[in-house]
Ligand binder design. Sequence first.
Ligand SMILES: *Cc1c(COP(=O)(O)O)cnc(C)c1O
Length: 390
Amino acid sequence: MNDSEYGFETQAIRTQLERTKFQEHSVPLYLTSSFVFEDAEDMRASFTEEKERNIYSRFSNPNTTEFVDKICKMEGAEAGYAFATGMAAVYSTFAALLNAGDHIVSAGSVFGSTHALFVNYFPKWNIQTTYFDINKPETIESCIQPNTKILYAESPTNPAIDIIDLELLGAIAKKHNLILIIDNCFATPYIQQPIKFGAHLVIHSATKLIDGQGRVLGGVTVGREDLIREIYLFSRNTGPALSPFNAWVLSKSLETLAVRLDRHCENAFKVAEFLEAHPNVNTVKYPFLKSHPQYEIAKKQMSLGGNIVAFEIKGGIEAGRKFLNNIKLCSLSANLGDTRTIVTHPASTTHSKLSVEERLAVSITDGLVRISVGLETVKDVIDDLKQALA
Ligand SMILES: *Cc1c(COP(=O)(O)O)cnc(C)c1O
């Protein structure tokens, strides 16, 4: 079947494993750790990879393959590998591609555990990272050294919702022969496809909007075939594989990604507009609000604004804590991208161990509140925020 002409939603729904003799309509769950061989020759050819087939679920599994195939089609990627968590994807991707002495150039505002990898763990193997300020992209090239191998960023960023110009990153990576890796978790492939702008690899925490219902953990890296081959060989030996059950759940979730994201983004835009007009709110950051400092770039590289809204509450840390305590309907939780709206106040929670200067370096002010807008009736979400802000 030549399915490359089908639209995004059709690919997400109709990319499916071959039917078994039972003629099932929906793909079954292949909860098996290993697969059997016909004879010694079949086994030999399978292990030397002369045959493409499943051997052991640490290497591949039908449900995982279906999930990866869908993400590859959605991102326009050649190949991929699925992981137990988003962090397993981030760690294994770097670990597979880097040697001792290599150097990373990364945006300073990255996911907390990714930051921990860069500053606490990679230096153990003499891999250093230089951060650039996401709001000063003109400084990126000055961070590049002769031993720089990877250029890394997330866009939009967590939790400040800054945007970086992916086309610019693609051009810098090309000029300096770097591997450009984008964590596309906040946008999902429905909204933004970094490979179009020159990314070589795209990473997702599937735990977030891809699952979309706060049920399972998962991660995936997709992109250029030769790089994925390195990542696959590293992973097949070190064991960060996604479980078949989670792959089955996540592949089903992808069938509704487009409709879910349409509503998530519609609701988030309404929440952003409400907050922008509220007297107890200083500033609102949402990529598709005209007031966003990188609005033009967001419009260029994203088809919708995403489901995360950041805003600055008047009154700093104390006002932020009070706001969280007054929330009734929305959840206080560490996840995001769920059907349920989630509110967090980074300065008093996730980022409370950092100094004020360290927080400001990654755009986290004392009054910053992050909302992952869910799929509830949007009026109910706005009413909850309204009473908590009062
Ligand atoms: C959550 C998250 C991760 C890590 O994903 P897990 O599935 O929690 O391991 C990585 N990057 C970003 C941007 C995230 O939001």
